[in-house]
Structure formats: structure tokens, C-alpha cells
Design a protein around this ligand. Structure first.
Ligand code: 5RP
Length: 228
């Protein structure tokens, strides 16, 4: 997709999600370029009198929220929240997701669990018939080798995620590493999420298969959008 059309699609989805936020609510703030558009619009709405507080899912999300004037709170203070807005890397027809290109999926999963409803904002290219993107897995650094072996046993091709300079593993906001594991097409994402979660040393994977019942997906297509 052409870069400007992609940015426009992301903005359309993000802005639309921001319109769905009700006054007086606490919302989860996911991480990623599409959610940041939602935050931009929320900032404008706050300027017009909207009163909300956001639970950020990463250092980066907190920074953006501050830039846009969104008051912040914590999951400890609000273990139940009305709505979370988040992005995704792939979405299948049953609303199972792969997330985590921004390495924030562990906190994002906690926030999705705490939320009554989750709005996923994506561009149309991320809708897929079957999930086949690499699955990010946040791991305890101590158990990195063990987790890689177990991911191979599950049919994955694991690779430790490195920074752009390739000078070492990226460190998540939680002090852990990320292993990206390629499983090719994933016929049973529910089972794979469970199996990965069962490996000692795994903190959480980017497979989100348990939230389908409360997810709405806002798909941006240029200036148009559709809700799935
Ligand atoms: C971060 C995520 C992001 O939401 C996901 O990678 C999508 O990002 P973007 O909106 O920039 O394409 O899961 O952990």
C-alpha cells in the first residue's frame, strides 16, 4: 500500500475509535502508530471538554498521551476499565489477533483483559483469512534458550528480536526479551496461544484469542472505514 494512503487509513481508524470514547471513562491506551492517531483525536476532544483518563501500555504510549494532554492513570488504580483502544498486526475473521510488533503486547494483554470492550484499529491490509505473521513472545531473559527450544518443538522458527543496530536484544518496558517465532499459517491460534503460555519463562505472546467476544475492529480504508 502507498505510504500516504496507509497513513490516511490509520488516521481514519484511529480518529473513528476516538469518537467512540464516552465522557467520564477510563480507557486503555495501546501502543503503535494507529493508536497514536486515536490519541491525537482524543487530545482534540479533551480540548473541547471531554473528561477521560488513560492507562498507557508502554513508555511510548505514556509519552504520546502526555503530548496530547490525556491525563494518565494506572491499572492498579483502575483494574476495571470501560474500553481499550489498541492496534494489531493481523486480524482473522474470528477476531483472533497477532500483536506485538511494538513489543508492548504483555501490558496490552493485561489492559485488554481489564477492559469491558476493546476497539482494535487497523488498516485494511491487516485483515487476513488465516493468521500467519510472526508471533512475538515476551520471555524472561534467563529462560531464552529454553523457550526457543520449546517454540521449535511447537513448530516455530524462533529468532531473538534485536534493535535496529543489531547490537543486542531489545529490552521490553518490563525488562524482558522478545522472541519472534514464525509458525507459518496458524490453523488453531487458540491452542497455540495456550501452548506457548504453558512454556516456563514465557510472560506472554502476541496471540490474542480470548477477547473476540468484546472486540470491535475499526478498519480504515483511506478516508472510509468499516466496523467488523
Ligand atoms: C504493539 C502492537 C501494535 O498495536 C501493533 O504492532 C500495530 O502497530 P501499528 O498501529 O503501528 O501498525 O501490538 O505491541
Amino acid at each position: 500500500m502507498d505510504a500516504s494512503l496507509l497513513a490516511e487509513s490509520k488516521r481514519t481508524a484511529g480518529y473513528r475509535a476516538a469518537e467512540m470514547v464516552e465522557d467520564g471513562t477510563v480507557i486503555g491506551l495501546g501502543t503503535g502508530s494507529t493508536v497514536f492517531f486515536a490519541m491525537e483525536r482524543l487530545g482534540e476532544r479533551i480540548g473541547d471538554g471531554l473528561s477521560i483518563a488513560g492507562v498507557p501500555t508502554s513508555y511510548q504510549a505514556a509519552q504520546r498521551a502526555r503530548e496530547y494532554g490525556i491525563p494518565l492513570t494506572t491499572l492498579d488504580e483502575h483494574p476495571e476499565i470501560a474500553l481499550a483502544i489498541d492496534g494489531a498486526d493481523q486480524v482473522d475473521p474470528g477476531l483472533c489477533l497477532i500483536k506485538g510488533r511494538g513489543a508492548a503486547h504483555l501490558r496490552e494483554k493485561c489492559v485488554a483483559d481489564a477492559a469491558d470492550a476493546v476497539i482494535i484499529v487497523i488498516d485494511a491490509a491487516k485483515m487476513t483469512g488465516r493468521l500467519d505473521a510472526v508471533v512475538p513472545v515476551e520471555v524472561l531473559p534467563f529462560a531464552c534458550g529454553l523457550v526457543s527450544r520449546r517454540l521449535k518443538d511447537l513448530g516455530g522458527l524462533p529468532a531473538l528480536r534485536e534493535g535496529v543496530k543489531k547490537d543486542g536484544p531489545i529490552i521490553t518496558d518490563n525488562g524482558n526479551f522478545v522472541i519472534d517465532s514464525d509458525f507459518g499459517e496458524i490453523p488453531d491460534p487458540v491452542s497455540l496461544e495456550r501452548q506457548i503460555a504453558g512454556i516456563p519463562g514465557v510472560l506472554g505472546s502476541g496471540l490474542f484469542t480470548t477477547f473476540s467476544g468484546k472486540i470491535r475492529v475499526v478498519v480504515g480504508e483511506g478516508r472510509e472505514f468499516r466496523i467488523v
